[in-house]
Ligand binder design. Structure first.
Ligand SMILES: Nc1nc2c(ncn2[C@@H]2O[C@H](COP(=O)(O)OP(=O)(O)OP(=O)(O)O)[C@@H](O)[C@H]2O)c(=O)[nH]1
Ligand SMILES: [Mg+2]
Length: 335
């Protein structure tokens, strides 16, 4: 799963990316600072894993990670190739979720694409470019297949898609291998000023990149308080990451056997044999059964073995759908 940071130039995309990934992507006051995309992994903050580690004290711990991509800013006309145009759009194509960053801070020394800061208008500019780019590729596809009689059904569907797009609407249907951007899931991030004075005309996840930069070394309680004072979400970056996981229907399961205690991100509804395959292909191929313990039962018993003795673990076959928080022990035939 990949999450792309998208928006107009100079809205704080790379600054947000750096906060999330602890990378050092270039940040500057001029537009189009980012040209090539930056890619980085983000650790999913995880209080459950913190508690598991407190109880088990394993030698190694690994948090779940998700990939973030910081993409070049786009401007009006991007779909026609203006600004960094098509390059930007190509980079959005392979993300599963768009974090659409809107500038909600005014700073004279940091130029904006417009004289005024109007988040709703900025939102519409970017969305329009995505829709226009989709329209272009849909028309291209229509041109390509229109004479082929075997593609009649696809042709009808493509025309319906074109109709929606030309009205500025996200199409309700898609056809295979048509990489539309406007249909991608999206979270709006309002990059608020740190004083809490700006009033946004659009809703979204409220945070302040500048504030987060200033308070990295503060305690959790202090940070929460300062965020509340600034009128932003008190959970800060971790709330944003949680929102991303929820939007993507990603849940976490845990493995505790051996040296490493580890959290794994998977899509809700995944079968346990597929989850086992993420850990090791041998585990999927030689899967026999799994012993599963819910996180709350683990906590009650203060350990896996104690929970086993209390009869809290359950044995599951390969079709069991992994639940959020499951602690899993796979029994498999080694090759
Ligand atoms: N006051 C204030 N300044 C910010 C905030 N976020 C970013 N900036 C500043 O805005 C400027 C642009 O930030 P970047 O992170 O480079 O913005 P970007 O969206 O990646 O820009 P491009 O790569 O050019 O598209 C930098 O000078 C940042 O320090 C914020 O929340 N408040
Ligand atoms: Mg940038």
């Amino acid at each position: 799963m990949k999450i792309g940071v998208v928006g107009l130039p100079n809205v704080g995309k790379s600054s947000l990316f750096n906060l999330l990934t602890h990378a050092h992507a270039q940040v500057a006051k001029f537009p189009f600072t980012t040209i090539d995309r930056n890619i980085g992994m983000v650790h999913v903050p995880d209080e459950r894993l913190d508690r598991i580690v407190e109880i088990l004290n394993p030698p190694k711990v690994k948090y779940a990670q998700i990939e973030f991509v910081d993409i070049a800013g786009l401007i009006q006309g991007a779909s026609q190739g203006d600004g960094l145009g098509n390059k930007f759009l190509a980079h959005i194509r392979d993300v599963d979720l768009i974090l659409h960053v809107l500038r909600c801070f005014s700073r004279e020394d940091i130029p904006h694409t417009d004289d005024t800061i109007v988040p709703r208008r900025d939102y519409d500019i970017v969305r329009t470019e995505l829709l226009l780019s989709d329209l272009i590729i849909t028309e291209r596809r229509i041109d390509k297949i229109k004479k082929r009689t075997e593609c009649k059904e696809e042709h009808t569907q493509l025309q319906a898609i074109r109709e929606s797009l030309s009205q500025g609407l996200v199409p309700e249907i898609t056809v295979p291998d048509l990489p539309l951007l406007s249909v991608k899931r999206e979270i709006i991030v309002l990059n608020m000023d740190e004083e809490g004075t700006f009033t946004s005309d659009i809703d979204g996840y409220r945070m302040s990149v500048k504030l987060e930069e200033d308070i990295v070394d503060f305690s959790d309680a202090e940070r929460r308080e300062l965020r509340i004072d600034a009128g932003v979400d008190e959970r800060g970056l971790s709330g944003l990451i949680t929102t991303c996981l929820q939007t993507l229907s990603i849940i976490l399961f845990y493995t505790i056997k051996g040296e490493e205690t580890r959290a794994w991100p998977i899509t809700k509804g995944t079968k346990i044999s597929d989850a086992a395959g993420m850990i090791h292909t041998d585990m999927k191929e030689g899967f026999i059964k799994a012993e599963v313990l819910g996180y709350d039962d683990f906590l009650d018993a203060q350990g896996f073995t104690a929970a086993q003795h209390a009869g809290k673990t359950h044995i599951e076959g390969k079709d069991y759908r992994v639940q959020d928080g499951d602690i899993i022990l796979i029994r498999f035939r080694a090759k």
